[in-house]
Design a protein around this ligand. Sequence first.
Ligand SMILES: [Mg+2]
Length: 382
Amino acid sequence: MKITRLTTYRIPPRWMLLKIETDAGVTGWGEPVIEGRAKTVEAAVHELSSFLIGQDPARINDLWQAMYRGGFYRGGPILMSAIAGVDQALWDIKGKVHNVPVYQLLGGLVRDRMKTYSWVGGDRPADVIAGIRRLREAGFDTFKMNGTEEFGMIASAKDVDAAVERIAEIRSAFGNQIEFGIDFHGRVAAPMAKVLLRELEQYRPLFVEEPVLAEQCEYYPQLAQSTSIPLAAGERMYSRFDFKRVFQQGGIAIVQPDLSHAGGISECIRIASMAEAHDVALAPHCPLGPVALAACLQVDFVSHNAVLQEQSMGIHYNKGAELLDYVVNRDDFTIVGGYIAPLPKPGLGVVIDEQRVEEASRNAPDWRNPLWRHQDGSVAEW
Ligand SMILES: [Mg+2]
């Protein structure tokens, strides 16, 4: 079997799908995208086609190494997201060829259902309590929200109080009937991360995510020493080589590689195993579309240390399309009591509504995150 064609579709809300075709008529789907740089990743995917066209799609390991090592320069969000989407599509093809879900090819299930959580409250954390109430009716009991808005390198007591009061209100409204993680989103610099973690500890969040940016990861062990809150990070780390440094120095309790940013299923399986060896839990990042989620689930269901799966149903970014809009087999994605079952169909387990994807790609938005600024006019982390 040979790879014959790569087709990319940028689609609302901010996603991109990749279709890889073969001369045997088997087609695989991937989701190579970095949010806000879809066109750049699209160019990278097509650049990679010289490693792929005419090759045997079954040789995923070799094709992965060719894409990674074959260009001399490597790593980073653009290339690793492009490789991720190709890798997902190759696994989809392999599963379809053997007529089994990818998790069967990876050794089979380690669990019967996977715990998921839901976002509440949007870019600027607001209406979180109403959001949680709504989602609890749908069976969710675990949530994530942004911890702050723009946050100064040295923030005022007022800003600290605002962030802490929001969390206090959630605990007082729901007690221990719900769990929640708090995403600092890289908005908080090291001096204030310490302060916020100390103030938030009493509300016992499940985790604090990106307490500081990945490029400040040398602070993770110090911050972990200063708090009992488990620290999470990983959506802005792109390969086992990036994660290696974090595992070596310690401090992170939960790693969150993104299946569409960190080299795909092949690389994230390796990252998951590295995490297990360090007694670190896995919670794949996934504010993206259905192929990315399906890829995450393949890894979750074969990784003993997978504890939580993010998913984007109803997330504040989904303007113009929802998670299952492009999916034919929507029932397979039903979440019951916060849990999702293994996707039963061969390959990644997602059947793409190709006509709908094609139509939507004709009006693809060029999504960008907002550029935030502090009160003094300087650029703020979003
Ligand atoms: Mg995050």
